[in-house]
Design a protein around this ligand. Structure first.
Ligand code: FAD
Ligand code: NAD
Length: 467
């Protein structure tokens, strides 16, 4: 029997970051993880492995499509997917080992096994060897994350009908793959295989891909992906998908209610993720989940039992690693008596296609539906000297500001390394900068960041300089 100030169930970016901050603030901290490696979805089967494969496939794409133009002659370029997956596994294991190191460094006690709540001050760990440990604790933090979602008729069999988890370990380059869901996972993992030569056909229920994204970005990204070989079936309702032994067969209804049939070698089901609370014992303390499967929390991330908190994918809000991390820090600082704050409007979102898409704040449609009068500045990436030098000319940057006050309300971009570029906008918006403020900051030349300055200039009296 051990006594802790806080016991954290789940070691994803929410849980492990919370553990570190709690330990920094002097709390005796325990973390429970059911798998043998720490880091959760993000490190093991999410952010990190997907980006490792995205980088490898991007190198291959450049070697086969862009090297010649740059004056580099290479022969017999081949994609070795077994090596790509091996390198990805090495990156994952180094990153997970890094979390273990951080737990040890901060004297956080790690328990491996399924954590379940017995009562509000005790948690059971069921170890793989059948043994159990009971932990006594003042506070509990639930950070159990999420699992892939699917709908009737598209149940993954994990052989030919896959979720992202299986696809990340695939050591075959299929001829053709159907992707159900034109969201972030579908487009990122579709890009990995599309670049390696797989024909990608996306079946999407909504009118556009990534329906939550700003419409200018949707248009540009659709164009870029189509040019890269993606085929889109928008406004299609999947009826069912079957493993035929040698491949998959999918039927869907188009917007005229006509049935279409698609065949491919594999199908990726990427229609969102659902909060994960199985075996957690919420019922033992009278907690339940809402109709989305989420644990309900108040503004302090407390459940209806004030000493039990929940964060990350298992609660409301965007399912993003950095959102989970901010919430982990919030709970630790709240427990330490501090006054933490999270600005949910300024959590940036990224889609790691090439070029990347990144955004912060509100979209044009959201602002218009709120009745805001806005000014919009747009600048094309191809007008930048840096873009021509690197041959990365696709993309655009859009700054949206309040018509009267000039305050920046949203920045959206599709650009090389937009994931990094967006931080200028996040910083500016955190300090409630105006478009004029952003436009007057000196940006290094030649960089993609000059596009942000130019879009901000365009938003302030249409005075972009290089267009
Ligand atoms: P998780 O990371 O899901 O961790 C929860 C942990 O809790 C898991 O390890 C689980 O095993 C454990 N657990 C659950 N129940 C128990 C229990 N009862 N006892 C013990 N342990 C338990 N987000 C980004 O921000 N950027 C990206 O680029 C990105 N890419 C992604 C790519 C893919 C393919 C996927 C699937 C997701 C991606 N995400 C990305 C989303 C990101 O992974 C999640 O938002 C993030 O991992 C959520 O963190 P979390 O701590 O809430 O939960
Ligand atoms: P998503 O919500 O991004 O996209 C799901 C897509 O599937 C949507 O476009 C939706 O309209 C469509 N869809 C839903 N039901 C459908 C149906 N029956 N038929 C056809 N299409 C359907 O979800 P995802 O791509 O599975 O990703 C899950 C989560 O993981 C997301 O919340 C995302 O934030 C996170 N993630 C983030 C990153 C990143 O930050 N770069 C990368 C991967 C995943």
């Amino acid at each position: 029997m051990s006594n802790f100030d806080i016991t954290i169930i789940g070691s994803g970016p929410g849980g492990y970051v919370a553990a570190i901050r709690c330990a920094q603030l002097g709390m005796k901290t325990a973390i429970i993880e059911k798998y043998n490696t720490l880091g959760g979805t993000c490190l093991n089967v999410g952010c990190i492995p997907s980006k490792a494969l995205l980088d490898s496939s991007e190198h291959y794409h450049n070697a086969t499509h862009n090297f010649e133009e740059h004056g580099i002659d290479v022969e017999n370029v081949a994609a070795n997917i077994t090596q790509m997956v091996k390198r990805k596994n090495d990156v994952v294991s180094q990153t997970c080992d890094g979390v273990k190191f951080l737990m040890d460094k901060n004297k956080i006690e790690v328990f491996t096994g399924l954590g379940s709540i017995i009562d509000k001050n005790s948690v059971k760990v069921a170890h793989q060897d059948g043994k159990e440990t009971i932990i006594q604790t003042k506070n509990i933090l639930l950070s159990t994350g999420s699992k892939p979602n699917f709908f009737p008729g598209m149940e993954p069999d994990k052989k030919r009908i896959l979720t992202s988890t299986e696809l990340l370990n695939m050591t075959e380059i299929p001829k053709k793959m159907i992707v159900i869901g034109g969201g972030v996972i579908g487009l990122e993992l579709g890009s990995v295989f599309g670049r390696l030569g797989t024909q990608i056909e996306v079946v999407e229920f909504a009118k556009t891909i990534v329906p939550t994204m700003d419409k200018t970005m949707v248009k540009e990204l659709t164009k870029v992906l189509k040019k890269g070989g993606f085929k889109f079936h928008l406004q299609h309702k999947v009826q069912n998908v079957k493993n035929t032994g040698k491949g998959v067969k999918l039927t869907a209804l188009n917007k005229k209610n006509e049935e279409i049939t698609l065949e491919a070698d594999y199908c990726l089901v990427a229609v969102g993720r659902k909060p994960y609370t199985e075996g957690l014992g919420l019922e033992n303390i009278g907690l339940s989940t809402n109709n989305k499967g989420q644990i309900e929390v108040n503004d302090n991330l407390q459940t209806s039992i004030p000493t039990i908190f929940a964060i990350g994918d298992v609660i409301k809000g965007p399912m993003l690693a950095h959102k989970a991390e901010e919430e982990g820090v919030f709970v630790a600082e709240f427990l330490a008596g501090q006054k933490p704050h999270i600005n949910y409007n300024l959590i940036p979102g990224v889609v790691y296609t090439w070029p990347e898409v990144a955004s912060v704040g509100k979209t044009e449609d959201e602002l218009i539906s709120e009745g805001k009068e806005v000014k919009i500045g747009v600048f094309p990436i191809k007008a930048l000297g840096r873009a021509r030098a690197s041959m990365d000319i696709a993309g655009t940057i859009k700054v949206i500001a309040d018509k009267d006050t000039d305050e920046v309300l949203g920045v959206h971009m599709i650009a090389p390394r937009a994931a990094d570029l967006i931080m200028e906008a996040v910083t500016a918006m955190e300090y409630r900068a105006s478009a004029e403020d952003m436009a007057r900051i000196c940006h290094p030349h030649p960089t993609y960041s000059e596009g942000v300055k130019e879009a901000a200039l365009a938003a302030t009296e249409n005075r972009a300089l290089h267009i």
